[in-house]
Design a protein around this ligand. Structure first.
Ligand SMILES: *Cc1c(COP(=O)(O)O)cnc(C)c1O
Length: 392
């Protein structure tokens, strides 16, 4: 029955759990490192791959598989592999699908640590990366070489909420025999389904909205059986950054409320963005749900909601931005996001602090820029908390 359902919310709640002989209603956590065989012949058959089934929890675990199957259903993918973190998901794609002499093109506006992986570590293994301006298809075209194998992007971008055209970039990738990888962390499948737009692989940091309550670090890759079920899975089972059963259980339960939460984060985000747009001391607001956003049209067709990340620039540079942050009493000053608790951060001196001042200016990470990841507290209280510093 479930395989026939096209409904996101049904999969989010029902897919993945195979009830055991105990007839439990809630999904169990299998805290076991290995699995027992009926006899030596079965052990041999499992190890030889002739019989499906669990062997050892670095390879598979029923709780982790429940999360994988549920997330695969939500993204509309054949296969999902859960990982210890979002970064190990990205690393496993690179190790599994690239080799020395290959090249990848990444959006400039990706998670900072992803850039470090591409610029510092991959070159040691003979893999080079070029960076493209995510909203400009010509910039991607110019960066592609004969040996390019992957295009990598994140949309909306962090913290400036730029939107990449997934369908156009999937077409460009395929014309050049490349795969398109989309980090779908900010929208989650509740708001955006990149595979249906032509992307080949989805990356997640389950740390963010999939868990949704800031409790775990985790990640996942979703795609077809060959790329994910074989290549990426092979890297994870060999190198070891598997997701623990406990973390898988937390993320699994997070998926049950994902669409409700993302809808609420989007409603709150729009309210906050509209409020900030009316403030005299706010120079600019970045949120794709505002009609003034340059990619409002694209975001409206590509996404079913605009998400919870709102960034804005206050007049008065770093000093003014720090004052707004320091005057808050409820908001959490932390770089994490995707939590029911609202978080606030100053990108120029935290997440983007390593970059040169010129580079930050060039890419819009101004000193007055503040990023808020809107949580699910009453929006009036969130606005009140931000207003304390805005008034000064
Ligand atoms: C946090 C984040 C990551 C990395 O995930 P971890 O779980 O911290 O390893 C990757 N991409 C995006 C967009 C993120 O926000």
């Amino acid at each position: 029955m479930l395989n026939e359902s096209n409904h996101f919310d049904t999969h989010a709640i029902r897919t993945g759990h195979r009830r055991t002989a105990e007839h439990e209603h809630g999904e169990p956590i299998f805290t076991t490192s290995s699995f027992v065989f009926d006899n030596a012949a079965q052990a041999a058959a499992r190890f030889a791959g002739d019989e499906p089934g669990n062997i050892y929890a670095r390879f598979t675990n029923p709780t982790t598989q429940a999360f994988e199957q549920r997330l695969a259903a939500l993204e509309g993918g054949e296969s999902c592999v859960a990982t210890a973190s979002g970064m190990s998901a990205i690393m496993a794609i690179c190790v599994g699908l690239l080799k020395a002499g290959d090249h990848l093109v990444s959006s400039r506006s990706v998670f900072g640590t992803t850039t470090v992986l591409f610029e510092k570590y991959l070159p040691r293994f003979g893999i080079e990366t070029s960076f493209a301006q995510m909203t400009d298809i010509e910039s991607w075209k110019a960066a592609i070489r004969a040996n390019t194998k992957l295009l990598f992007l994140e949309t909306p971008s962090n913290p400036l909420t730029e939107i990449a055209d997934i369908q156009a970039l999937a077409n460009l990738a395929h014309e050049n025999d490349c795969l398109l990888v989309v980090d779908n962390c900010f929208c989650t499948p509740a708001l955006q389904r990149p595979l249906s737009l032509g992307a080949d692989l989805i990356v997640h940091s389950a740390t963010k909205y999939l868990d949704g309550q800031g409790r775990i670090v985790g990640g996942a890759v979703v795609g077809n059986q060959q790329l994910v079920g074989e290549e990426v899975f092979g890297v994870i089972r060999t190198t070891g950054p598997t997701m623990s059963p406990f973390n898988a259980w937390v993320a699994l339960k997070g998926l049950e409320t994902l669409s409700l939460r993302m809808k609420a984060h989007s409603e709150q985000g729009l309210k906050l963005a509209r409020f900030l747009s009316t403030q005299k001391c706010v120079e600019k607001v970045y949120y794709a749900g505002l009609e003034s956003h340059p990619q409002y049209e694209l975001a409206s067709t590509q996404q079913s909601g605009f998400g919870g990340i709102v960034s804005f620039v206050v007049k008065g540079g770093r000093e003014a931005a720090w004052r707004v942050i320091d005057e808050t009493r409820m908001l959490s000053i932390t770089a994490n996001l995707g939590d029911v608790k609202t978080t606030i951060t100053h990108p120029a001196t935290t997440t983007h602090g390593r970059l040169s001042e010129e580079y930050r200016k060039l890419t819009g990470i101004e000193d007055g820029l503040i990023r808020v990841a809107v949580g699910l507290e009453a929006i009036d209280d969130i606005i009140l908390d931000l207003s304390r510093g805005l008034e000064k």
